[in-house]
Design a protein around this ligand. Sequence first.
Ligand code: TXA
Ligand code: MG
Length: 342
Amino acid sequence: MGLFPPTPFFIEQAASLIKKGGLVAFPTETVYGLGANALDPIAVAKIFEVKGRPHFDPLIIHILDISFLDFLCQNVPDQARILAQKFWPGPLTLVLPKKKIIPDLVTSGLQTVAIRIPSHPIALELIRISGVPIAAPSANPFKYLSPTTAEHVLNQLGNKVDMILEGGPCSIGLESTVMDLSNDEPCILRPGGLALEEIESVIGPLKTHFPPKKKGSLNSPGQLERHYSPRTPLKILEEGEFPKGNFGKIGLLAFKTISRKWNAVKIEILSPQGDLKEAAAHLFSSLHRLDEAGLDIIYAEPVPEIGLGIAIMNRLRKAEMKIQKSNIKNQNDKSKFKMPPL
Ligand code: TXA
Ligand code: MG
């Protein structure tokens, strides 16, 4: 338990924990993962238990190289191989028809499996030494903000995992882009660390970017409306909007350097120059800090919806669901929220 430096000794220890059916939190280039041997259903069951994750939400399997694709998947289409060649290791997860060897628990009983090769050297070393594919969701309690530092994992899951490998802040900071290639019409199930434009530059324009919502079911459980949420209510501002009233202690998640005076207790700037890559890398850390500041509300400035901006806005909208659905009453309750002058 606790944080361990990623020395060869501790990576060996972590790998032997994985082989024995334990849980290890480890850094990837996107977010920290909570890993277990993907071929061991009992170990995988512990992931769901520790995260408080419902069993209908399947996991991503992390592999070491492309040759494992055919070990775990069948009927792999050419497009999947082309994308894997181009973007692996990296922040792209492919959903493909699965083989029987994968326990049903990993895929929540679906006939498809989500796979990626992470590009973080510690993650790769852990998979290599374990000698097994590693199933790993983001290492956070279900629905809460994803962890982009080892401290986030320690604070959220601490003593529930066998070991946390310390690898510094994640360079991309957003979960992988999840793409479904299991049927004739490839589409994006979750925007993420690899921009849609990059995918389309390799395989051409997708007919549909995001699948239409199926009534009563989820294409990808990660599409659950409320997700990636801070505990503090969050509200996305309109472009150039400045909140009129004031709802107590406010925090601001600004996209770039701000030009007007804000009466905010805490301000986080995602990227002073307005660079979307930098903003993505800082998104979850900034939200974690705002969430810990004892605020009544977090206002988030919108970012342009191009490149990684699509995934950033997707996460902010999911975080916002909370205020729309359950805190709207509080917003209007002026007796609860004092109105300090702006
Ligand atoms: O960057 C990432 O993807 C991180 C790191 C640790 O790799 N992992 C991650 O895992 O974000 P998780 O479990 O938090 O999100 C996995 C997403 C969920 O939205 C899940 O519903 C979707 O992938 N998914 C997994 N298997 C699927 C499948 N067979 N079909 C459709 N969606 C699937
Ligand atoms: Mg997650």
